[in-house]
Design a protein around this ligand. Sequence first.
Ligand SMILES: [Zn+2]
Length: 381
Amino acid sequence: MTYQRLDIRLPSPAPGVQLTVLAHQFGNRSNARSAYLHAGLHADEHPGLLVLQHLLEQLRQLDAAGAIDGLVTVVPYANPIGMSQRLFGAVVGRFDFENGENFNRNFPLLDKMVAAYLAKAPDPARSPNQWRSVFSKMLDEATAIGPSQALKLELAKLSMEHDIVLDLHCDTDCIAHVYASELQVERATLLANLLGAPVVMLEPRQAGGGAFDQVHSSAWGTVQAAGLLSERDSGFSATVELRGQADVSDELAAADASSLLRFLESEGVLTAEAARTQRSPGEPTFAFPLEGASHVPCPCAGVIVYRKAPGDQVSVGEVIAEVVRLDGDEFNQRVPILSTVDGVMIVRQLKRLVRPGERAALLAGKRPVRDGQAGSLLLDF
Ligand SMILES: [Zn+2]
């Protein structure tokens, strides 16, 4: 057995309160690849929390069987601050009560530091292990005082010790999908396909936002784009959207945990044969550019009724939903919402009382849409 547990203490937010990030580690540092997974960075997204409990059980069995070749680190809840934020009973875990900041934004990005290193270093790092050390040293220079800043820095530092980094999320009501760098199409598509996710959203290097997966893609992507590492030798990070907020069940979680193990097996981190429960082959996975993501707003206040479900094909001008006005002159008056892309519906709202400007749906199309601006491709809300 190689198991060890880490308890990372964060600055106390108030007298008498101690915040701790917990990490479980299996295996050892070796020449095999290492992997890091966490869930619940948005603390109101719970499918990943259950998936990781199933994964931990399977990892313990694999560890006992000597089947873990590299190092696997699992942080079962990434955001103790957000999990403790309750407002009249509801967990408000996407935004920090301290300053309104999205918990999955403003992570430290390393592209500029890596570019400066490349410009100066006469003999730059060569192997993935050496590059990881370079990136880790850059993060070591960063400082954080407040609990949320410290949380982000600790997650960035711990995950940077690994080659494969997976951040488990979900959306309101949606199909499974994966966000990853456009420089990592092959691995992102394999990961999505193993999870039964029909869609991959490919992020350009200048997507902006500072999401957690970009800590890694900003660093590895700069090295890869400079021609110093191949797609396969670079580290890989992805944000995995495990369907909708209500999609929490043992059946889904056990299947997702097995799918993640199979992905880690494909990366040479472990041998998952013994723990494998085969997911029935899903639909093919299609990749879409993040510039083709369209966040369609609600036109007015009322009750939204959907004509399309997540996973449905949509075409430009097609009615995807209607908002029923409750205060109009006519009874049961409908205002249609039209598709802005030829593509697929990814996400829709779970709660059906909407207001103007609220996102009615996230659609993915192949062609860039007008609202897809470089540097601000990720919606904060
Ligand atoms: Zn999320």
